[in-house]
Design a binder for this molecule. Structure first.
Ligand code: SF4
Length: 88
């Protein structure tokens, strides 16, 4: 058996948002009037090759802010609540 000498590649190195404006993903407020900016971030997420890994990470770590895996904090709270109910 040969060990692979390369370090493991973290999913974030393939993120489609690497060169995007961080303010799209981490707005100063979640005011509904900023929904178009959230939509811009979600569009980037929809084309991201690591969307599933990103969302899994955000759910697992309880990420409280920002757009992750195409979801808002409120949407992730709902997903976590549903996960909790499914396992309770
Ligand atoms: S899913 Fe969205 S937030 Fe996550 S890495 Fe991809 S582009 Fe960035």
């Amino acid at each position: 058996m040969t060990l692979d000498p390369r370090p493991p590649v973290h999913w974030s190195t393939r993120a489609a948002c690497q060169d995007a404006d961080p303010a799209l993903f981490f707005p100063l407020t979640w005011d509904d009037r900023l929904a178009p900016r959230n939509d811009q971030a979600r569009r980037i997420c929809r084309g991201c090759p690591v969307q599933r890994a990103c969302l899994d990470w955000a759910l697992r770590t309880g990420e409280p802010d920002g757009i992750w895996g195409g979801t808002t904090p409120a949407e992730r709270r709902l997903l976590r609540a549903r996960q909790y109910q499914a396992t309770a």
